[in-house]
Design a protein around this ligand. Structure first.
Ligand code: BTX
Length: 325
């Protein structure tokens, strides 16, 4: 609710100093008892709040949760993240986002969970989503694009996430086409792009973003140890997930607008600056064939261009790629 958010915002801004319940009550034309009820709700959400008679409420401790209030206090966007649906646990934020999209969710609505029990990657591969350690979110975007332009949204999202990680940690990640973000060769983020479209018009692009933030090596299942990493493992410090979500949504909104207004050119330039494959020899594993060649870059359509040994150039629309020798 607006009142609860305002209360929380003031508690944060006061940095432990008391905030007058009466003032907020007056601002919204409510009783002090109504404000007290919001304080109780915040306590249920895990906030520890103290009371000083006649002075008001002060914040003692806030939970490490990526809920609406925690994320929104960092938001700088117009649309993205203005509506957040938060879950302690769910199967997959992607499934919920598809339902919400069907029910007419607004552009930029976000579904966030502390934990996913059936997080998924591309081609129904599982995505490890340990409770309270990462960012597991789906953003419902409604850009005016044709269905042919929609796959490039994966690259738009990859650039946004990369910029957000850079700002939060000072680390420069690499993007591995099409949807992986790597640091020191290990996967720190995966992006899953799913489309709801009519034949000539995109209804929604649902961007599933999975970021490893505060895991230790032992928080990953054994099969991922050695290939996955988290920002905390790289920086040695825990990271405020809510702030990172807000930054990611900020860049996502800016870059989506840039793409819709000015086409793929500017995104392509940003993307190529982060790509770790351009100019390298790679192997592209597709559903029914595997080819090896030199990566030339991406086309205006976001298609990966490979120069094969016989000199022909092939556009790759969907594949898993690895460095080859
Ligand atoms: P992908 O198909 O490119 O990658 C999946 C592969 O990545 C898995 O097969 C496994 O090898 C590896 N993997 C699994 N979990 C992790 C992890 N936590 N860190 C690093 N590597 C891992 C990538 O698909 C797209 C992932 C999107 C996940 C988000 S989370 C929010 C949303 N909800 C949902 O169910 N999926 C998306």
């Amino acid at each position: 609710s607006i009142v609860k958010n305002e209360l929380l915002k003031r508690l944060f801004e006061a940095e432990g100093e008391p905030v007058s319940g009466q003032e907020i009550a007056d601002q919204f034309g409510l009783s002090r008892t109504a404000i007290w009820k919001y304080v109780k709700e915040l306590e249920k959400d895990g906030y520890v709040i103290g009371t000083i008679r006649k002075k008001g409420y002060y914040l003692i401790e806030s939970p490490d949760r990526v809920n609406e209030a925690n994320v929104q206090k960092y938001l700088t966007t117009k649309k993205y993240g203005q509506h957040i649906h938060y879950y302690e646990t769910c199967k997959s934020t992607q499934l919920i986002a598809h339902d919400e999209e069907q029910n007419g969710a607004a552009d930029g609505t976000v579904v966030i969970a502390e934990e996913q029990t059936a997080g998924r990657g591309r081609m129904a591969r599982p995505w490890s989503s340990t409770a309270g350690k990462g960012i597991w979110m789906s953003v419902i975007t409604r850009p005016s694009l044709t269905p042919q332009q929609a796959p490039q949204m994966t690259l738009v999202a990859a650039v946004a996430v990369t910029r957000a990680i850079q700002e939060m940690t000072g680390i420069d990640p690499d993007i591995k086409w099409p949807n992986d973000i790597l640091i020191k060769g290990k996967k720190v983020t995966g992006i899953l792009t799913e489309l709801q479209a009519d034949p000539d018009q995109v209804k929604a692009v649902i961007l599933g973003i999975g970021m490893n933030v505060n895991q230790n090596e032992s928080d990953f299942p054994e099969e991922l140890q050695g290939i996955a990493t988290s920002l905390k493992m790289l920086t040695g410090k825990p990271i405020d997930r809510s702030q990172l979500i807000a930054k990611t949504l900020g860049f996502l909104e800016i870059y989506t607008e840039l793409y819709v207004k000015h086409g793929f050119g500017p995104i392509k330039m940003l993307w190529e600056g982060y790509s770790n494959t351009t100019g390298k020899r790679i192997r592209a594993v597709m559903l029914n064939e595997t080819i090896v060649g030199t990566a030339l870059g991406i086309s205006e359509e976001g298609v990966l261009e490979l120069k094969l040994d016989d000199g022909t150039i092939r556009g790759i629309y969907s594949a898993d790629i690895e460095l080859s020798n």
